[in-house]
Design a binder for this molecule. Structure first.
Ligand code: 2NL
Length: 344
C-alpha cells in the first residue's frame, strides 16, 4: 500500500504539472482526491492491515493527500494568473489613439430666435403665456372681433376639427384667454409664443404649420407711443442699433388703429435695393391698439383700460436675420442646415 500511495503521489504531481487549464486540473482533483478517487480506493484496503500498520498507512495517505492538494492549489493560482495576463494582453487599449468625436446637438435655430425674443420681453416685465393648439371657435375668432363672415373663417384658411373646434390659426386666443382670467383687472403684460396652423400649400414662404409670437400690454393709459417705443426697442435688439423703424396704417379686426412695422433695409440703408425690393424698408410685424370690443368681451372696461398688441412670425424674423431663403428649411431638419446656426 505504501508503494501504491507513492505511485499515486508521483502520478498526481505529474498530471498536475502538465494540466493545461482549470478544467483539466479539476479532472485530476476528482481522479485522485474524489469520493471514488485513487486515495479512497487505497484506504478501502485498510481493514486488511494490522493494528500497527494502520496508523502508519493512514498518516502516509494524509501526507499524500495534503501534498496533492497543495500542488493543485499552486497550479490553480498559476493558471488563473496566466489567464488574467492573457486577457490583459488581448484587451489592452492604446490610450494615445485619438478619441471618437461626440456629436453634440443644440437648440434649433427657431428655438433660439424665440428664446431671444422671450428674453427681451421678459426683461421688460412681460410674462410668457401658453395655451392649447386645439382651440374653440370662440377664442380663436369670436373673442377677437372676427365677425362670422370674415374671410379668415373660411374653410380654406383653417383646419376645422368640428364645427366648434379647430387648430388655432394664431396665438391671439392665448391672449384672449389670459385677459379673461384677469377678470377686468389690469395690468396684463404677456408674450405668447407657439405653433399655429393654416390651410396653406407649402412653398418657400408658406407652411401649414408655423410659429408665432404675440405680445399684449393692457393697463390704464396705454398709448400708441408706448407701442412704438416697445417695437423700436425690439427692432434694435433683434436687428441692430443702426436700424430705423416706421409704422404704416393697416387693418386687423382685433386692433384699432392697426399698423404694420417695417425696419430699414440693412443692405441699402433705405436707398432701395433688391432685398427690400427698391423700397428701402422690410416688413417685420403687425400691431395696433386693442379693439374696445376685444377688451369688453374679455371683461375689461374699455373706458378705463386700453392696450396694445403685436404679432410676428419667428420664421420670418430668422429668415431676415440669418438669410434663410426657404421656410421649409426650419422643418425638414437637414443637419447641414441646422449646424450652421449652432450657438447663435
Ligand atoms: C401679424 C399681426 C397681430 C395682434 C396680432 C392681438 C391679440 C389680442 C388683441 C388684439 Cl388678444 N390683438 N394680436 C394684434 C395685431 C397684430 O398680428 O401680422 N402677425 C403675424
Amino acid at each position: 500500500m505504501k508503494e501504491r500511495l507513492k505511485e499515486i503521489k508521483n502520478e498526481a504531481l505529474e498530471q498536475i504539472q502538465s494540466a493545461a487549464d482549470e478544467k483539466k486540473l479539476q479532472d485530476v482533483r476528482v481522479y485522485f482526491l474524489g469520493k471514488k478517487g485513487q486515495i479512497t480506493e487505497v484506504l478501502k484496503g485498510m481493514g486488511k492491515l494490522s493494528k500497527e500498520e494502520r496508523p502508519v498507512i493512514g498518516q502516509l495517505a494524509n501526507e499524500v493527500r495534503d501534498e496533492i492538494t497543495e500542488a493543485l492549489e499552486s497550479k490553480q493560482t498559476k493558471l488563473e494568473q496566466a489567464a488574467l495576463e492573457q486577457q490583459l494582453k488581448e484587451e489592452s487599449i492604446d490610450v494615445t489613439l485619438p478619441g471618437r468625436p461626440v456629436q453634440a446637438g443644440g437648440p434649433h435655430l427657431l428655438r433660439n430666435v424665440i428664446r431671444n425674443i422671450e428674453d427681451l420681453f421678459t426683461s421688460m416685465g412681460y410674462a410668457v403665456a401658453e395655451g392649447p393648439e386645439v382651440e374653440t371657435d370662440f377664442y380663436n375668432f369670436e373673442s377677437l372681433n372676427l365677425p362670422k363672415n370674415h374671410p379668415a373663417r373660411d374653410m380654406q384658411d383653417t383646419f376645422f376639427i368640428t364645427e366648434e373646434l379647430l387648430m388655432r390659426t394664431q396665438t391671439s386666443p392665448v391672449q384672449a384667454r389670459t385677459l379673461r382670467k384677469h377678470e377686468g383687472q389690469g395690468p396684463v403684460k404677456i408674450i405668447c409664443p407657439g405653433k399655429v396652423y393654416r390651410r396653406d400649400t407649402d412653398d418657400a414662404t408658406h407652411s401649414h404649420q408655423f410659429t408665432q409670437i404675440e405680445g399684449l400690454y393692457v393697463d390704464e393709459n396705454i398709448r400708441m407711443s408706448d407701442l412704438k417705443g416697445t417695437l423700436n426697442t425690439f427692432a434694435k435688439h433683434m436687428f441692430g442699433e443702426d436700424r430705423a423703424i416706421r409704422l404704416r396704417p393697416s387693418f386687423f379686426p382685433f386692433t384699432e388703429p392697426s399698423v404694420e412695422m417695417d425696419i430699414s433695409c440693412k443692405i441699402c440703408h433705405g436707398e432701395g435695393c433688391s432685398v427690400c425690393k427698391g423700397s428701402g424698408w422690410i416688413e417685420i410685424l403687425g400691431a395696433g391698439m386693442v379693439h374696445p370690443n376685444v377688451l369688453e368681451m374679455a371683461g375689461f372696461d374699455s373706458k378705463k383700460y386700453s392696450g396694445f398688441a403685436f404679432g410676428m412670425g419667428p420664421e420670418r424674423i430668422a429668415m431676415l436675420k440669418y438669410g434663410v431663403e426657404d421656410i421649409r428649411h426650419f422643418y425638414t431638419n437637414d443637419v447641414r442646415f441646422l449646424k450652421q446656426f449652432h450657438g447663435v
